[in-house]
Design a protein around this ligand. Structure first.
Ligand code: ADP
Ligand code: MG
Length: 735
């Protein structure tokens, strides 16, 4: 019934795929790069010339060129040229060196902090050209820490201080690269400047000129020129759009090819249900499915009835009822005398799913098993035997399920929970190991549909957007740490009224001193403000038996307050727990906080979620233009504040996911990086309702016309595809 994916034996045409071209050479031997810089580049993830070519600026600074002193305005980056008339060494803190520069139209102060050494180079009488940001201080123009070049001076300007005088003297955009202390942005910019033309000579184009013109895109080579050395803002925008198109196209092509072969080569066992089976399954739930759930059930029934493997993504907020729907599908497999498996990313989650399913199945004869690293060797052997013998119907487990020695008698459906926690490579393993098995992937981190179609282009998508009835909305408040005592006093009152609470602290792995250690927090609460209550402790370093006991105690209300790390992120369902306090909430990601919050609001009582954070109340708009460390730190606090504000404002996971992606900014799409998705460099296009569908349409057109990428016109694309996604899509898929 189930055929493995047939290996393709079509000969590989075209150039050797990877590791061969000039761009695959290490950066080490490029102009301006030696062993030390090679090491510094490695820390930035840049090993080859291709890496450097795709190491894009994170910002650009507009330099206005040379400006008469009389016309200086605060906030602009300019160059001034004149004669030094006076200098001062100031030893009082902040230690600094000051110089007055004069030219025909006026005077300007130059200030360098911690640079008393400059006094033997910058002396009264020398001519000098200085570049930096102007600020107005006591109504006089001033430049702090400018770059400079001595003109007609017998003393050479130290290289680290210098910017070529003619370059700064003309207006231009200066690229700012993500940098380190050893390898500052200016050094990266210089290296790229000196090597760009040569590197671009090796960049193959993927598409013919008319194809690009129709889509208003540039060629790759030109886009790379413009992203590194733009002439103006329009050039930057064009370059970003072009490069975004290329990288998203390539990803769509990879998943499209994978999917094409799956659809055409792999068969699966059709699972059909009649009315009687449908009724029997529904009878297990003590509630009616919501309209949203019924809609998804109908989609699943259609998919599963086909002789091709289902590949569906089910998105929905925590608590929206996904597990119930997944159970429906698993029972369809069982009704057909086949088996189903549920794969969870962590042991805790697997155990919770197991308990949940056990409760739903208590009145049925369905045989359920659990397989995690936590079960004993004897139990494991027994489970494996039951699986192979067909005396187990549904298996719940962790990636222990992916192990080679696992044999199902007749696996028909695989449900994968929290898909985003499995990387692309692991997904490829799952896919290959279980080709021919229907798969349903569930995620509680929903993302906008066009983006989901991009990231999960190989999956059909279902969404549950409403929550089951009877939920009361959660009230969310961000509160400054200074008001912590008040919050706990309020909680005390609620506990007295019979409610239960979660207190979440950043994980014990991050043992930094200022972080709340959960155990310490538990003691502190137990002996302090909450001394009359039972305070439990739960974290990932406890073994599963201990954790079980604690969770069960919490469920049975023997514990009033559960102090925990994010191990409760998913799965816990205690309707009487209506309060949540998250300590140092700014340390968590937006999606994670939303998931955490989903643990409350499950009963009929109104729930309250408090995020304690120093970022509370920080203004969320951008600071005035200003580069450097201060601005970046300010920026991270500002972003934390914006994340928390989004949680106060929105309750839908779909909306929150969108905010999250917007807030992460250029080159920082951490969520997708961690999840093993490719690094999309241009997150602004992940919401682009024009560009995303365009890449998808174009990629699918290529798949339809030339699924093995054999045509000569596809060779450059093919080489790049194998270079970037080779191990995920395998040669069997691409000729
Ligand atoms: P998810 O997997 O999306 O987090 P679950 O399937 O675990 O959601 O459902 C969350 C809770 O809501 C569970 O307690 C479940 O029993 C309950 N539930 C699910 N569907 C319904 C429904 N249609 N009506 C009432 N309660 C429901
Ligand atoms: Mg769930």
């Amino acid at each position: 019934m189930i055929t493995a994916m047939g290996a393709q034996t079509i000969p590989a045409p075209g150039p050797a795929p990877a590791g061969a071209g000039p761009l695959d050479q290490p950066v080490q031997f490029m102009a301006g790069v030696g062993p030390r810089r090679t090491e510094a580049f490695a820390k930035l993830g840049v090993a080859t010339r291709a890496d450097l070519l795709h190491y894009y600026p994170r910002a650009y600074i507009q330099f206005q060129g040379q400006v008469p002193v009389a016309q200086l305005r605060g906030g602009e980056n300019v160059t001034v040229r004149g004669r030094i008339i006076e200098t001062r060494r100031i030893r009082r803190r902040p230690v600094r060196f000051e110089a007055w520069l004069e030219e025909d139209s006026g005077r300007c102060a130059l200030v360098w902090f911690n640079r008393l050494d400059l006094d033997d180079k910058i002396v009264p009488g020398v001519s000098l050209c200085a570049t930096g940001m102007v600020r107005i201080y006591n109504r006089l123009p001033q430049m702090v820490q400018p770059r400079f070049e001595l003109l007609d001076s017998p003393v050479a300007t130290p290289a680290a201080d210098r910017g070529p005088a003619d370059r700064w003297a003309t207006a231009h955009l200066e690229s700012v690269y993500p940098a380190t202390v050893e390898l500052p942005s200016a050094a990266i910019a210089r290296i790229i400047r000196e090597n760009l033309a040569e590197m671009r000579g090796h960049v193959p184009e993927w598409f013919p000129a008319n194809f690009l013109a129709e889509r208003n895109l540039l060629g790759r080579s030109q886009a790379l020129q413009q992203i590194h050395q733009p002439t103006d803002q329009t050039a930057i925008a064009q370059a970003r759009r072009t490069l975004a198109y290329h990288e998203v196209f390539l990803y769509q092509l990879a998943v499209g090819i994978k999917r094409h072969h799956q659809k055409n080569l792999v068969t699966a066992r059709p699972l059909r249900t009649d009315e009687a089976v449908d009724r029997r399954i529904r009878a297990l739930f003590e509630f009616q499915l919501t309209a949203g759930q019924n809609h998804v059930v109908a989609q699943l029934r259609r998919d599963l009835a086909r002789p091709r493997p289902m590949n569906r993504l089910l998105q929905g907020d925590v608590g929206s009822g996904k597990t119930v729907v997944a159970l429906y599908a698993m029972l369809m497999a069982v009704a057909a005398s086949a088996q189903a498996a549920l794969l969870a990313p962590t042991t805790v989650l697997a155990e919770q799913h197991f308990l949940t399913l056990q409760r739903y199945l208590a009145r049925s004869r369905v045989r359920l098993g659990l397989l995690t690293s936590g079960v004993t060797a004897a139990q494991r052997q027994q489970t494996l035997a039951a699986l192979a013998g067909g005396t187990l119907d549904i298996l719940v487990g962790t990636h222990a399920l992916l192990r080679e020695d696992l044999r199902f008698k007749d696996l028909a459906l695989l449900v994968v929970d929290e898909q985003h926690k499995f990387g692309v490579r692991q997904r490829a393993v799952i896919r290959d190991r279980y080709a021919g098995v229907h798969t349903l992937v569930m995620t509680a981190t929903p993302i906008p549909r066009t983006l989901a179609m991009t990231l999960f282009g190989d999956l059909d998508i279902s969404s549950i957007e409403e929550l089951p009835p009877g939920r009361t909305p959660i009230l969310t408040r961000v509160v400054p740490l200074a008001q912590r005592d008040k919050v706990y006093a309020f909680i005390r009152g609620q506990l007295q009224a019979g409610r239960q609470a979660f207190v979440v602290a950043p994980s014990i792995e991050e043992n930094a001193r200022e972080l709340q250690n959960v155990a310490q927090l538990q003691r502190q609460l137990q002996h302090g403000v909450l001394r009359n209550f039972h305070i439990g402790l739960l974290h990932g370093r406890m073994d599963s038996a201990q954790r079980h006991r604690v969770m069960e105690d919490f469920r049975q209300r023997n514990i009033d307050v559960l102090v925990c790390t994010t191990v409760i992120e998913v799965g816990v369902d205690v309707p009487n727990a209506t309060l949540m306090i998250v300590e140092h909430a700014d340390r968590f990601g937006l999606a994670q906080l939303h998931q955490l919050r989903g643990r409350i609001g499950r009963g009929r009582q109104r729930s309250l979620c408090v995020f304690l954070s120093d970022a509370a109340g920080v203004k969320t708009q951008m600071p005035a233009a200003g580069a450097g460390q201060v601005a970046e730190e300010y920026d991270s606090t500002r972003r934390a504040a914006a994340r928390l504000a989004a949680l106060e404002k929105y309750s839908s996971g779909f909306k929150i996911a969108e905010e999250d992606l917007k807030l992460r900014g250029m080159g920082e799409l951490v969520g997708t990086r961690q999840s093993g998705h490719p690094d999309f460099h241009f997150p602004e296009f992940l919401f682009d309702g024009v560009l995303l569908p365009l890449t998808r349409r174009d990629a699918l057109a290529v798949v339809a016309a030339d699924p093995h990428l054999i045509a000569p016109c596809h060779q450059n694309i093919r080489a790049n595809l194998l270079r970037q996604y080779g191990d995920a899509i395998t040669l069997a898929d691409v000729g």
